[in-house]
Design a protein around this ligand. Structure first.
Ligand code: AGP
Length: 608
């Protein structure tokens, strides 16, 4: 998704904007641009392509020199990626960068045309906002912003400069994220905290419809009506290093290795005297006792974490759990109300469909619980209760450590719910919690023990155009994530199937050499899964089986066996995930793909 930055201070503004935008590359983008006050005039430089293309262009055509400006990485929604459609966009006296979508831009454009404003250069919704701001601008920036905000519908964060207000930046947000960094004698705006960490750890959160003004190196805030607001300065607990690759060739592999720490950071603070304690997140045994049904709603990987949660919660707490894709749930008029708990899982906390579901549920009597990684994100702030996962910044588009900590929270929640409802006794709850506490060491051991196998097996996958993941029960839930991970970064078509379903149609796809990866960690279902493996093998499939080190599977049962540590069956997803992540990672590396920034994907999907 688009990224916004802005800077006012003594440094070379263009350098700051480019380095801050580089930290937002993980969001996905197809063009970039900046606008800088140079000797009191706004100079714009923009280009389709990567930030390096913009830098190259500026080297040839001249780099804006100044101390205040705004910058943008664009992920095209309205209009193809092109130099013209890249931000910033300008009206006569106003230049802006924008993240989000203006839903009624066509009506606004018509309004402007009817009022003799016809100078549109691009296909973007953003340019319409620049023109509208300009239309309302009579020398009072706050008035122009207020009048514009009254007209526009949709989600947006805007960085704005007015030609006759040199060295000053205005910004405002509705729905889309925006933070304000405060350094010594310098101030920033950015779509996300990592963009400013090189310069400062201190930042403010901008709320809906609040306006920030960056001037003389500091930030001041006001409402749309110009009323001054005092805001609390926050300090980021992520340092710049944790947002960097730390010696690994890609963020994805770094993040795979960070999983033990992430799980530890997420689980440890939620254990009190050997039992799960989520009271700090607003969840008490009393609130849990009243829950009749659980709905888990999310997108992509986060939804897959919910699938594992369903099996675990239903098994332990005997509470019915429905898992839904957010973009489906919001349009199917769901039956929810008093006694229901709707859990929204989201790494970014800004995913448009998940956010929309949260708002829809908040209009009912159901309670909402957010499981979110990014602090202060919209979903985290708007839910009744929030459990933060402590994975730190996840930069690779393919989610790994965020999924792992989402699983950890699913377990913590399931244990506490089952105990609160009296479905498991204290001893059982202690035992399960103890096993969860031991997971970081086991995950670390797994990464080290399977890495070579995965690297080798991936060389056997690179030439296929299609493969299948299969599993039963929890293994099926898990294989969905394995399949998504592989397809999103290797570009190999991959599907996950409940192993028992193969015979009902899908087995006809099996041809000589087609890879089938079976996840077989649930010993109670092992014999049945082995039969399914034999069936596909007999039809020529190349088989890979992920099973525990003691599983009764002979070496001849599959072409490749990946043995992982044996732990309690219910917790196996946290271990079995690791080889699936590594298979996806090395397949992508071996194919020479852009592992961290797969084509067509964005880290944070803030539009529908
Ligand atoms: C993860 O590998 C994916 N790229 C994607 O499915 C992601 O999990 C999904 O977009 C949801 O994002 P969120 O967790 O930030 O809501």
């Amino acid at each position: 998704m688009c990224g916004i930055v802005g800077y006012v201070g003594p440094r070379d503004c263009t350098d700051v904007l480019i380095s801050a935008l580089a930290k937002l590359e993980y969001r996905g983008y197809d063009s970039a641009g900046i606008a800088v006050f140079e000797n009191g005039k706004i100079e714009v430089a923009k280009s389709k392509g990567r930030l390096s293309d913009l830098v190259e262009k500026m080297e040839k055509e001249g780099k804006p020199q100044g101390h205040a400006g705004i910058g943008h990485t664009r992920w095209a929604t309205h209009g193809e990626p092109s130099d013209i459609n890249s931000h910033p966009h300008s009206g006569r006296r106003v230049t802006i960068v924008h993240n989000g979508i203006i839903e009624n831009y066509k009506q606004i454009k018509q309004f402007l045309i009817d009022n003799e404003r016809t100078e549109f250069l691009s296909d973007t919704d953003t340019e319409v906002v620049a023109q509208l701001l300009d239309f309302y601008y009579n020398g009072d920036p706050i008035r122009a912003i207020r009048r514009t905000l009254h007209e526009v519908r949709g989600s947006f964060a805007l960085g704005i400069v007015f030609a006759d207000r040199p060295e000053t930046i205005y910004a405002v947000r509705r729905e889309s994220p925006l933070i304000v960094g405060q350094g010594k004698g310098e101030a920033f705006i950015a779509s996300d905290v990592p963009a400013i960490l090189k310069y400062t750890k201190d930042y403010y959160l901008l709320e809906h419809n609040e306006i920030v003004i960056l001037k003389n190196g500091s930030a001041s805030f006001c409402t749309m009506h110009g009323r001054v607001i005092d805001k609390e300065l926050k300090t980021a607990d992520w340092d710049e290093d944790s947002a960097e690759k730390g010696g690994y060739p890609h963020f994805m592999i770094k993040e795979i290795h960070e999983q033990p720490t992430a799980v530890k950071m997420t689980v440890t603070p939620r254990i009190e005297d050997g039992l799960p304690d989520l009271s700090e997140c607003g969840i008490t045994p009393e609130t849990l006792k009243d829950i009749n049904n659980v709905f888990i709603v999310a997108c992509g990987t986060a939804m897959h974490a919910g699938m594992v949660g369903k099996y675990v919660i239903e098994k332990l707490a005997r509470v019915s759990v429905t898992v839904d894709i957010a973009s489906e749930f919001r349009y199917r008029n769901p039956l929810i109300g008093k006694g229901d708990l709707v859990i929204i899982i989201s790494q970014s906390g800004e995913t448009a469909d998940s956010k929309a579901v949260l708002r829809l549920v908040k209009e009912t009597e159901a309670k909402t619980l957010a499981i979110v990684n990014v602090k202060g994100s919209s979903i985290a702030r708007e839910a009744d209760m929030v459990i933060y996962t402590h994975a730190g910044p996840e930069i690779a588009v393919a989610s790994t450590k965020a999924y792992m900590v989402q699983l950890a929270v699913m377990y913590l929640f399931a244990f506490e719910l089952a105990y609160a409802k009296g479905r498991i006794d204290e001893a059982k709850c202690r035992d399960l919690t103890d096993q969860l506490i031991k997971m970081p060491a086991i995950i670390e051991k797994t990464v080290n023990s399977v890495v070579d196998d995965c690297q080798y097996i991936s060389t056997k996958l690179i030439s296929t155009s299609s493969l299948l993941y299969i599993g039963r029960g929890l293994d099926y839930a898990l294989s969905m994530e394995g399949s998504l991970k592989l397809k999103e970064i290797s570009y190999i078509h991959s599907e996950s199937y409940a192993a028992g379903e193969l015979k009902h149609g899908t087995i006809s796809l099996i041809t000589e050499g087609m890879p089938v990866i079976a996840v077989a960690t649930q010993n109670t279902l092992l014999e049945k899964t082995i039969s399914n493996i034999e069936e596909v093998k007999a039809r020529g499939a190349m088989t890979v089986v992920i099973c525990d080190e003691e599983a009764d599977i002979g070496e001849e049962a599959a072409d490749y066996l990946i043995r992982i540590p044996k732990i309690a069956e219910m917790l196996m997803p946290m271990v079995a995930t690791v080889p699936m992540q590594l298979l996806a990672y090395y397949t992508s590396v071996n194919k020479g793909n852009d592992v961290d920034r797969p084509r067509n994907l964005a880290k944070s999907v803030t539009v529908e």
